[in-house]
Design a protein around this ligand. Structure first.
Ligand code: ATP
Ligand code: MG
Length: 361
């Protein structure tokens, strides 16, 4: 179903991403060791990667780094997630166990893999064995990490894991392992990977990049028409246009409104769904670490798009003057988090639902 609200896992449910899937296939066949999939929130990054993985007939490990946000940025959780993935893998590729069982701290009992956290564990040692297995069986193996910018919180200190060091080791030494990394906070992800930062492990590494873009107007309309016809709902063009005008081609929102209208095909439901969408967007905005971010977004949403007018509006709302550096830092961080973008001399909010939501704050 096109309007299934979860990330898609099958090509039939994924609208118009054939070229993105081809890019991922080509990356496995002849690309660099590392592919980074960028895109703003709700654009369909996870869906593209999941459909690719489910079709590729290649062993893969999939880690959604948000699990660490929930369960804590702890090494124990990294190994727990990894063991779950390895246990899934060995269901189909049983011979993996033979390779893993010689790694210190890995326990293979019966048919399952466990990590003994009291022993000296090393991710690199595990990956080395996966690489050896892949090489011996004439395959590649993919390590996919979703929302990978969150892995930065695993770094530093005893008992922590520096993923960029692990990736760079694999990059240089393990030719059968390929990484697919995605994230919606595009600038933060770039900083974390540090391709342009001489102090980063991954500095200067060649990588493949895929940017998942929003749909244009025509595709947005077609997506909604196909989705409505799939769920047997007649939708007046006015409803389709209303949705398309509200969400500017962001597939996640198109899916959300489509899903809601299919459940209750009443034009009034669009307004109700829009209010709920704005509430969802607001809850994301409210996670930002200071009021400055919210005021900057509100200023831009209300049409104060230039640096100076954003600063003036922010000062009115905070009730005191702000330094230039404070304003610049705020705008820079909002850009890195993919909330805004600077085009020529003006800032714009990338998601129109967020723009509408912050106007009301
Ligand atoms: N090409 C597509 N065809 C059909 N549905 C899609 C497509 N792209 C995205 N969706 C739908 O949009 C929603 C968001 O997709 P997905 O979770 O893959 O995006 P994302 O970029 O990973 O989002 P986030 O930044 O929140 O992680 C899901 O409901 C998904 O089913
Ligand atoms: Mg996602």
């Amino acid at each position: 179903m096109l309007f299934d609200p979860r990330p898609k896992t099958r090509r039939e449910e994924l609208y118009d991403r054939d070229s993105e899937l081809t890019a991922l296939e080509e990356f496995v066949d002849r690309g660099s060791p590392l592919m980074v999939v960028f895109g703003i929130r709700r654009v369909g990054k996870t869906s593209v990667v999941k459909v690719f993985l489910s079709e590729a007939n290649i062993p893969y490990i999939y880690i959604d780094a948000r699990v660490f946000e929930e369960g804590g940025f702890r090494k124990e959780l990294v190994y727990r997630v990894l063991s779950e993935e390895l246990n899934r893998l060995r269901g189909r590729w049983h011979s993996i166990l033979e390779y893993l069982k010689v790694v210190e701290g890995v326990e293979v009992s019966g048919f399952s893999v466990r990590f003994d956290l009291r022993r000296r564990l090393s991710l690199v040692e595990v990956f080395k064995k996966l690489d050896e297995w892949a090489g011996d069986s004439g395959r590649k193996i993919i390590i996919a990490v979703d929302e990978a910018q969150l892995l930065r919180y695993l770094k530093g200190g005893k008992g922590r894991i520096d993923f960029t060091a692990v990736i760079s080791y694999c990059y240089d030494n393990l030719s059968h392992i390929k990484f697919v990394i995605t994230g919606s906070e595009v600038g933060v992800l770039r900083d974390f990977l540090g391709f342009n930062d001489p102090s980063s492990w991954l500095y200067g590494r060649i990588r493949d990049e895929l940017i998942v873009e929003r749909f244009d107007r025509e595709k947005s309309i077609d997506f909604l028409e196909k989705g409505f016809s799939e769920c047997g709902v007649k939708s007046p063009i006015t409803v389709i246009e209303e949705i398309v005008n509200k969400v500017d081609g962001i597939p996640g929102w198109l899916t959300y409104f489509g899903y809601r209208f299919c459940k209750n095909p009443d034009p009034g439901v669009i307004r109700e769904a829009f209010n709920e969408a704005k509430a969802m967007a607001l809850s994301e905005v409210k996670k930002l670490p200071s009021k400055y971010y919210i005021y900057a977004l509100k200023a831009i949403a209300l049409g104060y798009n230039r640096w100076k007018s954003i600063k003036q509006a922010m000062e009115v709302w905070v009730g005191h003057s702000l330094s230039n550096a404070q304003v610049s830092r705020t705008l820079q961080m909002l850009s890195k988090l993919s909330f805004i973008e600077k085009r020529d001399d003006e800032y714009i909010i990338l998601d129109p639902v967020i723009a509408e939501a912050v106007k009301e704050l």
